[in-house]
Write a protein that binds this ligand. Structure first.
Ligand code: HEM
Length: 279
């Protein structure tokens, strides 16, 4: 799978706070015999700058998911995004039987599921501090986005593009459909840039520092895209004629509030120092 844009060495895992870094109370070399022990502990740390240590603790993908997605730090975001999905699914399934779901019915089901998966792909990266954790989290991020979230978003949007292509209907009848189209198309460019900056050590973009610089823009673009996905979902439930005619004001308010709450909590976790400097 992919390579992290960050080299495995010359990183100071102490320089950033975050749960995937070692705690200052932890022995530098870990417990003897534990997986935190430095491989080849005879290796001399000579040549490392002051405060620099080799962080050899290996993070598996399961471990980064447990730490990033399933820890208590993520509960607020998880509860609110799952509430959004539960409310959306209950609305659709209260209107259409699952055994006889019209094509349209799949759209909100798929888009709300894809949004929850997108949230998971962000949570796993927030924050990672050690090279090993970064690498595993980046793998999970790619599997979730490239393998699940984006294909489901695209399939869900394609259903609506197809339905709006039928005689007597037209595209872009709402801000929801317009912003939704923009974010889905933009996401594919986002994936291309992200992949180019990490696959094959970023060689497609000139490698090294150049690829790392582009990765920062990928991160910034992602944090612009994320609110637009949430906005699309809010508009889907508050603006579209179907949703307004088939749901109570209370339900629409609860869906919008759960989305705004989840987004705010996610954005509060962003480390702005990792974004490119605009000035
Ligand atoms: C963030 C996730 C979502 C995305 C990316 C998205 C995207 C889209 C797109 C691209 C269209 C068709 C545009 C066109 O051909 O003009 C559309 C239509 C529609 N979507 Fe969504 N959607 C999302 C979530 C939702 C949700 C949660 C609902 C909840 C009910 C919903 C309800 C609708 C409805 C009723 C239409 C048809 C009416 C219209 O276009 O205004 N969508 N959506």
């Amino acid at each position: 799978m992919s390579q992290s844009p960050y080299p495995e060495t010359n990183q100071n895992p102490w320089s950033e706070s975050g749960s995937k870094s070692s705690s200052p109370n932890q022995p530098l070399l870990g417990q003897s015999g534990s997986d935190e022990s430095i491989q080849g502990a005879s290796q001399s740390p000579e040549g490392l700058g002051e405060g620099q240590v080799f962080e050899q603790r290996h993070w598996t993908m399961t471990e980064v998911v447990k730490d990033g997605n399933l820890s208590s730090r993520a509960w607020g975001v998880q509860a609110l995004s799952l509430l959004f999905m539960a409310l959306t699914w209950s609305l659709i399934l209260s209107k259409f039987p699952l055994s006889n779901l019209p094509l349209f019915g799949y759209h909100p089901l798929m888009q709300s599921l894809a949004l929850v998966l997108l949230v998971q792909s962000i949570l796993v990266l927030q924050p990672t501090s050690t090279p090993s954790a970064k690498k595993s989290a980046l793998n999970v991020h790619q599997i979730l986005n490239l393998g699940l979230s984006l294909p489901i978003f695209t399939a869900g949007a394609t259903i609506m593009w197809y339905l709006h292509d039928q005689p007597g209907t037209k595209h872009f009848i709402s801000w929801h459909g317009t912003v939704g189209t923009v974010v889905v198309v933009w996401s594919w460019f986002q994936v291309l840039v992200g992949a180019a900056s990490v696959w094959f050590d970023g060689k497609l973009l000139g490698g090294g520092a150049k690829a790392k610089a582009v990765w920062k823009w990928h991160r910034l673009s992602g944090y612009v895209l994320l609110p637009l996905f949430f906005l699309t979902a809010i508009l889907g439930i508050t603006e579209t004629i179907w949703a307004k005619g088939n749901s109570s004001l209370l339900l629409r308010g609860a869906v919008a509030a759960s989305l705004v709450g989840a987004l705010v909590l996610l954005l509060l976790r962003v480390r702005t120092s990792k974004l490119p400097k605009l000035r």
